[in-house]
Design a protein around this ligand. Structure first.
Ligand code: ZN
Length: 343
C-alpha cells in the first residue's frame, strides 16, 4: 500500500464524526433484549455520520450499544491492518516508551496476590505488552486474539491463540488463575457468552479483571458525542459502571472494588474530548498525531496544526491531571477496572 493511503486510513479510522440525535428523535425504539437487563426498549442518543448504526441507550439500565448491531464481516472491516500499527509498535517511539512505562505500572496491580507461576490469560492481548511484563515476573502467560495481525510482534513467551470467539478457543475448564479483559470487553459482540466462557475456564475463586470506559462518568456526560472513549464504531457497547457490575454479578462473579484511576487513559481523554468539542480540527487529531508515522516527517497535518496540538497537550495536561484526580476521588473515573472473583 502507498504510504499516503496508509496515512489517510490511519487518520480516517479515528476521525469518524459523531453527533447527538435530535431531541425530537429521542423516542424509545424496540431493540433486541439488552444483554444486561433484557429490556427491549432503548433511546437513540448518538448518530455516526455516514452510517446507519446509531448508539442507543437502554431505557432500564443505561447500557449504550450500536443499533442495529453490525454482523461479523462489517465489524471486521472496522479493524484494517493499520489499526494495529507496525508489528510490536503502535505509537511514536517516545510516546510508545511512555505507554509501556505506564503499562508496566499496571503489572504490579495485575500481579497482586498471584502465586508464583500462576497461569494468566489476557483476552484481546494485541501486541502482548501486558503479557511480556507478566512473563518477566515468572507467570505462565496466555493470550487470546481474534486478529492474527494484532498479535504479530507479541512476546515470544506468550502462548497466543487466535480464534473468532473466546468459546472457540476451547481452553480447558478451570484452567486459569486469572483472566484479564483490558479495554477489550466493549469491542466484543457477545459479552454474555464471553463471560460464560471466562467463568468456565477460570479456577473456582480465580480472579477476573475487566477494564472499560465508563459511560456514566463525568467525562462521558460532559463531552457527549465528542467523548474520546466512545471510539465509534469499534465500541459496540458503552458500559455505565452499574450495568457492568450487574452483568458480572449475573454471570457468576463476585464484584469487589472498582478502580477509577488510570493515568494511561483518563487524562488524555479529557484533552482529546475537549479538542473534539471545541476545535474545528478532525476528530481525535491529537491521538492520530501521536501515532507512529511510517517515516519521519510525514504527518496528516501541517506544521502549524502540529504545533497548536502540541501546545494544547502541554497546556491541557495539568488541568486533565487535576480532573483525573477529582473524578477518582468522586469514584467517577472516565475509565474503570473492576476486580472480581469467580463464584
Ligand atoms: Zn439494559
Amino acid at each position: 500500500m502507498l504510504q499516503d493511503e496508509s496515512l489517510a486510513m490511519t487518520s480516517s479510522l479515528y476521525a469518524q464524526r459523531v453527533e447527538n440525535v435530535e431531541v425530537s428523535e429521542r423516542e424509545p425504539v424496540e431493540v433486541s433484549p439488552c444483554p444486561v437487563c433484557r429490556s427491549m426498549r432503548a433511546v437513540p442518543r448518538f448518530r455516526i455520520v455516514g452510517m446507519t448504526e446509531r448508539v442507543v441507550v437502554c431505557s432500564e439500565c443505561g447500557l449504550g450499544r450500536l443499533h442495529p448491531m453490525p454482523d461479523a464481516e462489517v465489524i471486521e472491516s472496522y479493524y484494517p491492518d493499520e489499526y494495529y500499527g507496525e508489528p510490536g509498535i503502535k505509537f511514536q517511539p517516545l510516546v510508545e516508551r511512555l505507554v509501556r512505562w505506564v503499562g508496566s505500572r499496571h503489572i504490579s496491580f495485575l500481579s497482586q496476590g498471584l502465586e508464583p507461576g500462576a497461569r494468566v490469560l489476557d483476552v484481546g492481548c494485541g501486541r502482548g505488552v501486558i503479557l511480556g511484563a507478566l512473563a518477566d515476573r515468572g507467570f505462565e502467560v496466555h493470550g487470546f486474539e481474534i486478529s492474527a495481525e494484532a498479535a504479530r510482534g507479541a512476546d515470544a513467551r506468550a502462548q497466543v491463540t487466535v480464534a473468532g470467539t473466546l468459546t472457540e478457543a476451547e481452553y480447558p475448564s478451570q484452567y486459569f488463575d486469572q483472566v484479564v479483559i483490558w479495554h477489550v470487553f466493549e469491542h466484543i459482540v457477545n459479552p454474555v457468552e464471553t463471560l460464560e466462557s471466562v467463568h468456565r475456564i477460570l479456577k473456582p475463586g480465580g480472579r477476573l479483571i475487566v477494564a472499560v470506559p465508563n459511560f456514566s462518568s463525568l467525562q462521558s456526560r460532559w463531552s457527549g458525542p465528542a467523548w474520546f472513549h466512545l471510539d465509534l464504531p469499534r465500541h459496540l457497547y458503552q458500559f455505565p459502571l452499574s450495568a457492568l457490575r450487574a452483568l458480572l454479578d449475573r454471570s457468576g462473579f463476585e464484584v469487589g472494588n472498582a478502580h477509577h484511576f488510570s493515568l494511561r487513559q483518563n487524562p488524555f481523554g479529557w484533552i482529546q474530548s475537549a479538542l473534539n468539542a471545541y476545535s474545528s480540527l478532525p476528530r481525535n487529531a491529537l491521538y492520530v498525531m501521536l501515532h507512529r508515522r511510517t517515516s519521519a516527517g510525514s504527518f496528516p497535518f501541517g506544521l502549524k496544526t502540529r504545533l497548536w496540538l502540541s501546545a494544547c497537550l502541554i497546556a491541557g495536561t495539568p488541568i486533565a491531571l487535576l480532573m483525573t484526580v477529582l473524578e477518582t476521588l468522586a469514584r467517577n473515573g472516565a475509565t474503570v477496572h473492576a476486580v472480581c472473583r469467580r463464584r
